[in-house]
Design a protein around this ligand. Structure first.
Ligand code: C2E
Ligand code: MG
Ligand code: MG
Length: 543
């Protein structure tokens, strides 16, 4: 409000200055004409200046009026020659008045046209190319206005996540109908001026300080309509998937584009196509930034010698001996905090770099095994693998070759594949697992109990060992969980499989597992993952 009054006050002052300037100019020129002897001198033409300026400031009609006034001021009352008092012919001053008026009008008209064209272009620039709504440029401009007038506000970024699929597979015109429909509903409850279109599948609502809560309630109601029911449109019945990101601005130091990005970051939470309303979370932003940071550094991690492999012993608790080790990769980022494999392995898989990491791990593990063999230590080693790797013929034949080249046996290697991966029930994967077993590898199902695969399909999966996930071992003192673990072990034993418990940290857990006839354990109770030389020490001590 204050800013509007301020602007009006400023505009008023500017207009007053303009009026004064024109008046002074006109009076001075008329005086000059009189003092220099009358209209016979050339100075009369100086009056074009205030006439053109008037048209420039106020347009065609005021220009015309100023032409008439100037024409009259040096018209019937102004002598042709002041020294002898000769007055002008009527035809003379009337023609001049007409010319002045025409100049004022035509100049004003041209300026009006130019201004109108400019405004139309500006309006076009601020309109969305897809919908009859203001666009991103207008949004950023309005956000800046709010920041400058120190107002708090909320920004809702509404993304229709499955629109590109509807466009491709159903009907491309339908997309415009859906967004227009949604925009109309939002306009109805938040007003026309609050809605912007950023991209084809994204609408933005800018809610002012006083209406933030009210808008939020109304937006959620409109969206509920879209989340919950299929939409009937143009003969189709479709479900629109919507994600809403909300950012609350409360005077933070940010530029308009940063503010808009924060609303976008907010809706990127949750599963890719899951509908819902998400609020901006600073941690999420830093996590995303960190992921981008990691991605670049990960590609150089092998060349920079930042990766290394550690080995965690697995203990056979029936015969009380080391049954093998699990190779686990580590990343020591130069000058940065170490990052766990749970963070960087999924990123590596996404960017197609896991293959290189796995080769690095196998290369290291085989070299270390050869060294341990030469020292009389017979250690079996398990390696974690992803589904894509197992399905890749190059990877499996490479692994086979490197084992043969280092004079090691396939049977000394175990491949761990998570139960979640197996849950996809991919026939090709089962075929590949069978083939690997034929080659002589042992196969174990990692993180068992977390993949919802359950005992039902155990008999169909080609594997040798079942690794019960740490989740169950952490809770094994609860009767229900103990019963469940007992059930896992008994069931696996009926199929002749070996059971190993992951993440055993206490003696109590170990005793329960012994009582339940578990075959092997792995966990901090016996040892954390160790460097190769530390493992040698452990091996000697354990013996
Ligand atoms: P995983 O295969 O289930 O490995 C067991 C994880 O549990 C390891 O974490 C290990 O350090 C941890 N662990 C073992 N005993 C205990 C315990 O008593 N307490 C606690 N708190 N943790 C214990 P790590 O090394 O962080 O590895 C995490 C996951 O990353 C692994 O889970 C595996 O899925 C993956 N991973 C690790 N190295 C590789 C690799 O070379 N290739 C692939 N594809 N995945 C790998
Ligand atoms: Mg594992
Ligand atoms: Mg595991």
């Amino acid at each position: 409000m204050n800013s509007i009054i301020g602007r009006a006050y400023k505009n008023g002052r500017v207009s007053l200055v303009k009026i004064l300037l024109i008046c002074i100019l006109v009076v001075s020129i008329v005086y000059l004409v009189y003092m220099t002897g009358g209209t016979k001198k050339v100075y009369v033409h100086l009056l074009y200046i205030p006439i053109i300026l008037t048209s420039l400031f106020w347009g065609a009609y005021v220009g015309l009026l100023s032409g008439v006034i100037c024409g009259i001021l040096i018209g019937p009352f102004m002598p042709l020659d002041v020294s002898n008092g000769t007055m002008q012919d009527s035809i003379n001053w009337i023609s001049r008045l007409l010319i002045f008026s025409l100049i004022g009008f035509i100049t004003g008209y041209m300026i009006d046209r130019i201004n109108k064209l400019n405004m139309e272009r500006q309006e076009r620039d601020l309109k969305s190319p897809f919908y009859n709504l203001p666009n991103a440029q207008q949004l950023l401009h309005d956000i800046e206005d709010r920041i400058n007038s120190r107002e708090n506000f909320k920004l809702f970024s509404i993304k229709l996540t499955n629109l590109s699929e509807i466009e491709k597979y159903v009907d491309n015109k339908l997309v415009f109908d859906i967004v227009n429909n949604l925009a109309k509903r939002l306009m109805h409850c938040c007003g026309r001026k609050a809605i912007y279109s950023y991209e084809k599948d994204e609408l933005i609502v800018l809610a002012c300080e006083n209406c933030m809560e009210d808008y939020e309630y109304k937006i959620k109601k409109v969206l509920d309509y879209y989340f919950a029911f299929p939409i009937s449109m143009n003969g189709y019945k479709i479900r629109v998937s919507l994600k809403v990101g909300v950012y609350v601005y409360q005077g933070q130091e940010s530029s308009p584009i940063e503010i808009y990005n924060k609303a976008r970051i907010a809706y990127e939470q949750g599963e890719a196509k899951e509908s819902g309303v998400y609020y901006y979370d600073f941690n999420l932003e830093s996590k995303r930034r960190e992921i981008h940071n990691i991605t670049g550094a990960l590609l150089e991690s092998i060349e920079n010698n930042e990766l290394f492999v550690v080995y965690q012993p697995k203990i056979d608790i029936v015969n009380n001996k080391i049954s093998g080790v699990e190779a686990l990769v580590r990343w020591n980022r130069n000058g940065n905090e170490p990052i766990g494999p749970n963070t960087f392995i999924p990123i590596a898989e996404e960017i197609g770099f896991l293959n290189k990491i796995s080769k690095f791990v196998i290369d290291n593990a085989t070299s270390h095994m050869k060294m341990w063999n030469s020292k009389g230590m017979n250690v079996k080693c398990s390696i974690n693998a992803s589904v894509n790797e197992l399905l890749d013929d190059n990877y499996t034949s490479w692994a086979k070759d490197i084992i043969a080249n280092k004079s090691l046996k396939q049977s000394d290697f175990e491949i761990e594949i998570t139960e979640r991966a197996i849950a996809s029930n991919d026939k090709r994967l089962f075929e590949k697992m069978n083939l690997l077993k034929e080659y002589g590898y042992q196969i174990s199902v990692d993180d068992f109990g977390t993949g919802y695969n359950s005992l039902k399909s155990i008999s169909q999966i080609p594997f040798d060992k079942l690794k019960i996930d740490k989740y169950f071992i952490d809770r094994i003192n609860q009767t229900v969980i103990e019963e469940l673990v007992k059930h896992f072990i008994e069931y696996a034993h009926t199929f002749g499989k070996i059971v190993i418990a992951e993440g055993v940290e206490t003696e109590d857990q170990l005793n329960i597992l012994k009582r339940l006839n578990c075959d092997e354990v792995q966990g901090y109770y016996f040892s954390k993952p160790l460097l190769p030389e530390e493992l040698e020490e452990f091996y000697k001590k354990f013996k």
